[in-house]
Design a protein around this ligand. Structure first.
Ligand code: 3PG
Length: 409
């Protein structure tokens, strides 16, 4: 049984329900337009729609960007987008918890939806704290007395111990929304007793995250294989003793990824059969793709992809997999000469009968570009929260919901 309560455990009719969602979306730095509505759609079509349909007075609380950054904008556009997605009018107030916001909340009728302004306008929002500490903050003190129930649907922000994520759980009946529930359930399929063999495909540039995830899922016997690609694959090759050649080694130095090599080496010694590194790599000569086996390294050209033999090796493992996690592309998929590795590996995953879970901005972009998104069992809405979860870390937002449920039971 889940350790947190859900929308199934509460009666929301006639109630004022405060819902923390994660509407944080990419924003064009010049026009300030929201560029992608995936997260707004996800929360809108599930939790928010369900609450409104059940007759709740829905108050939506969310953040966008970080103070000082170009994507730190009000949530007016998000409210409009939500209205379009739901085909209904969604109210918006340019206030988070002041008089205007409180008046708008009190005026809500059953089934109506109100979006409050960017919660990060409240200067203390982004300070870390416990639910009890945060329950004393102005934001919670102003809004909690008006609300009957708190719903945390913001899995993607659950790695933050921020005021609006954990504060309300100390003072209001608190449950997980449908997206929070869906994320946690899907993640448990690849982290708690996954169907075996379980394969983690780790690419992209975040080698530090990949090392930590690999450590966790191998030490805890969660993953049977780790397949590496992208810059992650390059760091693992260096740890295996390969000299990648000047431009590649230089890049790893610049990105401070060489510091990871001792840790990767140690991991590879422990799990030599389970960690797979590229058998060949592709680079560009005169705008054309060339491949060499890794035994022929170093190269004077920058590596942009894994090679054909690597794809073959990885495909063979993926074909036998029953659970797959994919985070990060295998190469520079934006360049048509180097989309091959990412395309082939992602197609293998998409065509597999295994339960597959994908996450991360670049992975999702590549899946979309390749037209494979709808063939992945679950695509996470989260970035940082997903990574921390895969590292085995407890997310403050989830822990707070569990604590609230334990008090209730
Ligand atoms: C995210 O997009 O990862 C979340 O919304 C958290 O945003 P943050 O990193 O600014 O806290």
């Amino acid at each position: 049984m889940a350790k947190y309560l859900t929308l199934d455990d509460v009666n929301v009719k006639n109630k004022i329900v405060l819902v923390r969602v994660d509407f944080n979306s990419p924003v064009d730095p010049d026009t300030k337009k929201v560029l992608d509505d995936t997260r707004i759609r996800a929360h809108g079509e599930t939790t928010i729609k369900e609450l409104a349909k059940k007759g709740a007075k829905v108050v939506v609380l969310a953040h966008q960007g970080r103070k000082g950054d170009p994507d730190f904008i009000p949530l007016k556009q998000h409210a409009e987008i939500l209205g379009k997605i739901l085909g209904t009018s969604v109210k918006y107030v340019d206030d988070v918890f002041g008089e205007k916001a409180q008046k708008a909340i009190k005026e809500l009728k059953n089934g109506e939806i109100l979006v409050l302004d960017n919660v990060r306008n409240f200067a203390e929002e982004t300070k870390d704290g416990t639910p009890e500490e945060h329950a004393k903050k102005e934001l919670v003190k102003a809004l909690a007395p008006l609300a009957d129930i708190f719903v945390n649907d913001a899995f993607a922000a659950a790695h933050r111990a921020h005021v609006s994520i954990v504060g309300f759980t100390a003072v209001l009946p608190s449950v997980a929304g449908r997206i929070m529930e869906r994320e946690l359930k899907s993640l448990s399929r690849v982290l708690e007793n996954p169907e075996k063999p379980c394969v983690y495909v780790l690419g992209g540039a975040k080698a530090d995250d990949s090392l930590e995830i690999s450590n966790y899922v191998l030490d805890n016997k969660i993953a049977d294989y780790i397949l590496t690609g992208g810059v992650v694959g390059q760091v693992f090759l260096v740890a295996k003793g390969f000299n990648l050649g000047k431009p590649n080694m230089q890049l790893l130095e610049e990105k401070k990824l060489m510091e990871l090599v001792p840790g990767v080496k140690e991991l590879m010694q422990k799990y030599s059969d389970q960690i797979k590194v590229p058998a060949d790599v592709a680079f560009e000569i005169g705008k054309k793709r060339r491949e060499i086996p890794v035994e022929r390294l170093p190269t004077e050209y920058p590596i942009f992809d894994i090679g054909t033999k690597t794809v073959e090796n990885y495909s063979e493992i993926l074909r036998r997999a029953k659970s797959i996690v994919v985070s990060g592309p295998m190469g520079v998929f934006e360049n048509s000469e180097f989309v091959y590795g990412t395309k082939s590996v992602f197609e293998e995953i998409a065509n597999s009968k295994a339960f597959s879970l994908a996450g991360g901005g670049h992975t999702i972009a590549a899946l979309q570009e390749l037209g494979l998104s709808n063939k992945i069992s679950y695509i996470s809405t989260a970035g940082g929260a997903l990574i921390e979860f895969l590292m085995g870390k407890k997310l403050p937002g989830v822990v707070a919901l569990e604590k609230a449920a334990a008090r209730k039971r």
